[in-house]
Each structure stands twice: as C-alpha cells, then as structure tokens.
Design a protein around this ligand. Structure first.
Ligand SMILES: O=C[C@H](O)COP(=O)(O)O
Length: 249
C-alpha cells in the first residue's frame, strides 16, 4: 500500500559511537508522524542499530546485499544475514553502487529477486545522469532501468517494492531536481508501471525522491502528488536536518 516514507541513507559515514549518538538524537527528537521513518547505517553498525531502536518506530534498513544465498563471495552480505539481525528492507540499485561497483541492471534484477524470495522489501533506486537529461533521454533511461530490473517480476511482488527516483546529477551536489521535474518523472514512472502491470499497482507503489533534499526544499518537493517521500543522503547525517525533513512530509 502506498505510504509516506522518509529514509536516511548514511552511505559510508559514521563510526560505531557516532552511529549510536545520531540514532539517539534522531529517536529522541522524532515527531509524531504517520510517515514511515527509516535509517540505513553501514553494515558493521546495523545489528547495534536494530538493538538500539528496538522500542522505536524507526526502521533500520540495509544499503545493499548480494544475490547469492551464501558462499565464496568475500566482502559480501546475504539476505539471510540481514534477516537474522532483524533487517527486512534493503536499498538496491543506488547510483553509487551502479557507478563505482559495476552493478548492472542484470545484477540488480538478481538482487531484487533474491531479496523478494526472502520476503524482504526492496527500495529500488534509479535515475538518469546529467548527460541523459541534457540529451532529453531521461525518460527512456529511467524506463529501461525499471524494465530491466523489475518488469520481469510477478505482479504480486510490487507490494514489496518501494521506488526511489534519484537523478544522479542531483546527488550530493546541492543541485536538486525542481519539484516539477520530480513530479514529472514520478508521474511518468507511475504511468509506465500502469502500462506494464496495472493501474492499481502503479497507484499503490511509493515513489521517493532523492538528491540534495534538505530542510529548505523538502516541503515543496513532498507536496507534489506523485512524490511519496524522500531518500536522504547528506542531510540525514545531521539529526536536526533529518528531523526537519521528517516534519516536512
Ligand atoms: O541515497 C541518497 C541519495 O543518494 C541522496 O543523497 P544526497 O541527499 O546527499 O544528495
């Protein structure tokens, strides 16, 4: 079911003590909200974050996972390992994983299927690069990212998918897509899903926007009808900024 979500992707930031301190501050300041609030610390701090937030409504999610069940994949983490420590949601397809770790649509399709097979929720990220937008190819790039990784799924899988549109040119750059650009792409994504599957699935999927969301622009972006929340990077590392963004939804 479509819901409002604010998720903080901490990326490769915050050591153990800093993670504990930031989680304490965020949970202490968390306002009453109907939105789902998620945080994603690094792998080494996930288990302690789950324990620390045991009595909180904040959900701890993972930034990545491997598609294999187990085995000789040095440095990797499986779905079962995440589930075992109480993590039920995983971010897949982040542009940094695509750009720096060679994650292709084909690999991502395997990861998505592996997570769904374990009844996990997938937060699937996609988005065009600046050159794609400049050449007016942003819609076709996004369509093919979605098609290649997600359109082979059964219709029933969509209740376990959250989408996050993150134009690469807006990530960590201070350059935000305008609320109109976000709305335009989110509406396009919903239409594309309605065509490939059906209107109910399209209407029910939550589509988050990510890319330089901050307290000063969150409210306007979140006010758009097809924007269901945000995937927040840099601003999620500062408790007051993250809380202000949660309040904006
Ligand atoms: O996962 C989060 C996004 O990459 C956005 O990062 P940012 O808010 O630092 O631009």
């Amino acid at each position: 079911m479509r819901k409002k979500i604010v998720a903080g992707n901490w990326k490769m930031n915050k050591n153990m003590q800093e993670t504990e301190a930031l989680l304490s501050e965020v949970s202490a300041k968390l306002p009453d909200t109907s939105a789902t609030v998620m945080v994603s610390p690094t792998f080494v701090n996930l288990a302690s974050a789950v324990n620390q937030l045991e009595d909180s409504t904040i959900e701890v999610i993972a930034q990545n996972m491997h598609f294999a069940e187990s085995g000789a994949y040095t440095g990797e983490i499986s779905a079962d390992m995440l589930l075992n420590i109480g993590i039920n949601t995983v971010i897949l397809g982040h542009s940094e994983r695509r750009a720096y770790f060679g994650e292709t649509d084909e690999i991502l399709e395997k990861k998505v299927k592996a997570a769904l097979a374990k009844n996990m929720t997938v937060m699937f990220c996609f988005g065009e690069e600046l050159a794609d937008r400049k050449s007016d190819n942003h819609f076709s790039v996004v369509e093919s990212q979605l098609k290649n990784a997600l359109f082979g799924l059964d219709a029933s899988a969509w209740s376990s998918i959250i989408l996050a549109y993150e134009p690469v040119w807006a990530i960590g750059t201070g350059e935000t897509a305008s609320p109109e650009q976000a709305q335009e792409m989110h509406a396009f994504v919903r239409k594309t899903i309605a065509t490939a599957f059906d209107q109910t699935i399209a209407d029910n999927v939550s589509i988050l926007y990510g890319g330089s969301v901050k307290p000063s622009n969150a409210e306007e972006i979140f006010s758009k009808p097809d924007v269901d929340g945000g995937l927040i990077g840099g601003a999620a590392l500062v408790a007051d900024d993250f809380i202000a963004i949660v309040k904006a939804i």
